[in-house]
Design a protein around this ligand. Structure first.
Ligand code: UDP
Length: 329
């Protein structure tokens, strides 16, 4: 019986694939390689190159294999882009997962771990954020993920598809082997951009807004190591396999760092001055997102191994320094 990882060639997906393979699981990867990298797919995972919205492709995948559970990462994930092009996000993120669920229903695959986001909350009412707090996304990316969460609820009722939703806060870092890491084109995420500046690939980092109602005026986020995230997926899948209830879980470290804090830690780690410039706010950005992951710690027995921001940045730096052009040779 195999685990199907949709979007397994992407940043987070490839780390989860590797963790699953190392745990002895048979792993299938479905990825259209639009944002994923073939080099990121573990050689012991079987890659199916195609799109979740392609019915013929999906039928082949589901009929050639005995699939026990699915982990779904296949999505676009850029907040700013989603504001400019919302339909791109609903088409890929919502409709793509809808197609996946149809095949799961038809082939009686009844377990899914879904990759969701803190962007489902929008501007939070309370800090730290709890899973049952209000969800009111401030951007289409978050809305597309929240829409899938709602669809999953109804598919469980109608088709018995058990699901666990993992709402990630800000993911960073790389695999300790140094073989896989973060490589987006274009890169828009804070930590990789800071590190590209330290590498001299950019002359400075733009700080998007210093007039938020936070102590230093810059946005606050909760950073989590990609390996800790990978561990949580395995725990979530195992609980579904064991017949336990799924649910919705935040994954973060419960500590907020401003954009300026992150830049300072990166200066300490890299020894580079990392010049900055203040720019206008980026559309769709909430001022502060900090998780409570108590539920995941209690219920999934999740225990982050790299909760310190410094360790997360050291790990990301190790990848970027050794792969200044990402997966490109
Ligand atoms: N950010 C920034 N400059 C950049 C990229 C990001 O100031 O070049 C800020 C962004 O506005 C947000 C935080 O850094 O407040 C984290 O952004 P990222 O895109 O990494 O993750 P997001 O929170 O959007 O998922």
């Amino acid at each position: 019986m195999a685990v199907l990882v949709c979007g397994g060639a992407g940043y987070i997906g490839s780390h989860v694939v590797r963790t699953l393979v190392e745990a002895g699981e048979e792993v299938l990867v479905a990825d259209n390689l639009v944002t994923g990298h073939i080099e990121a797919v573990h050689p012991r995972a079987k890659l199916y190159r195609g799109d979740l919205r392609d019915a013929g492709f999906m039928e082949t995948l589901f009929s050639e294999n005995k699939i026990d559970g699915v982990i779904d990462f296949a999505a676009f994930s850029l907040v700013g882009e989603s504001v400019l092009d919302p339909l791109k996000y609903f088409e890929n993120n919502f409709y793509g997962t809808l197609c996946l669920l149809k095949h799961m229903r038809d082939h009686k695959v009844h377990k899914i771990v879904f990759s969701s986001t803190a962007a489902t909350y929008g501007e939070p009412e309370n800090i730290p954020i709890l899973e049952n707090d209000r969800t009111l996304p401030t951007n289409p990316y978050g809305e597309s993920k929240l829409s899938v969460e709602k669809m999953l609820k109804w598919c469980e009722i109608a088709h018995g598809i058990k699901y666990t939703v993992l709402r990630y806060f800000n993911v960073a870092g790389a695999h300790p082997s140094g073989e896989i890491g973060e490589d987006h084109n274009p890169e828009t995420h804070l930590i990789p951009i800071i590190l590209q500046t330290a590498l001299g690939k950019r002359s400075k980092i733009s700080i998007y807004g210093n007039d938020y109602s936070t102590p230093d005026g810059t946005c606050i986020r909760d950073y989590i190591h990609v390996m800790d995230l990978a561990d949580a997926h395995i725990l979530a899948l195992r609980q579904l396999y064991a017949g336990q209830a799924g649910g919705i879980f935040n994954l973060g470290n419960g500590e907020g760092f401003s954009v300026k804090d992150v830049i300072q830690v990166a200066r300490d780690v890299t020894g580079h001055p990392i010049p900055t410039e203040i720019c206008p706010r980026r559309a769709g950005d909430p001022a502060k997102l900090v998780s409570s992951a108590e539920k995941a710690i209690r219920t999934l027995h999740w225990s982050p191994r790299f909760p310190q921001l410094e360790k997360i940045i050291v790990s990301a730096w190790n990848w970027h320094r050794n792969h200044p052009f990402g997966y490109e040779k």
